[in-house]
Design a protein. Sequence first.
Length: 185
Amino acid sequence: MHTNECSSVQEYLRTQIRTIANWPHEGILFRDITTLFENPEAWRKAVDVMVQRYENQTFDRIGALDARGFLLGSTLSYIMNKPLALFRKKGKLPGKTLSVEYDLEYGKAVLEMHEDTIKPGENILLVDDLIATGGTLLAADQLIRQAGASTLEAAAIINLPDLKGADRLNAAGIPTYALCNFAGE
């Protein structure tokens, strides 16, 4: 894809994502990707760009984050014929799990994955709907490393650069990619 084409795709996708002011808290601009799922043309374009980015890269598995990351991850897994690893909130997986506690903006949370889902030496593409503070993606990377594997990249539909999550991921040695950026929180 050429630079001009990339730019036009980014702008198109930005126009297809709804912004909801003051949700879930006063002062927050919530970037709502449900509008992408409601528009088959926009969803196909988002998925096609991701597939084009990763189709010639070497990796073993797609790691999808709870919950909207599951939609992107499962779609990419199907198209690219790659196994899917799920990263879930505490208590949602039925088997033996690895877990890590991480910081949220206002508190802590626990992320888990099945202990046998990722094999030592594998290279994992992490996907989520957006990169905000980067905390959940960093937690997923910790679980990947606990399993003896590595993260290829953290990819998302949206990056919120003002929250510095991509910067935190890059500083931790995790490259990032997003289909589009939105200024503000």
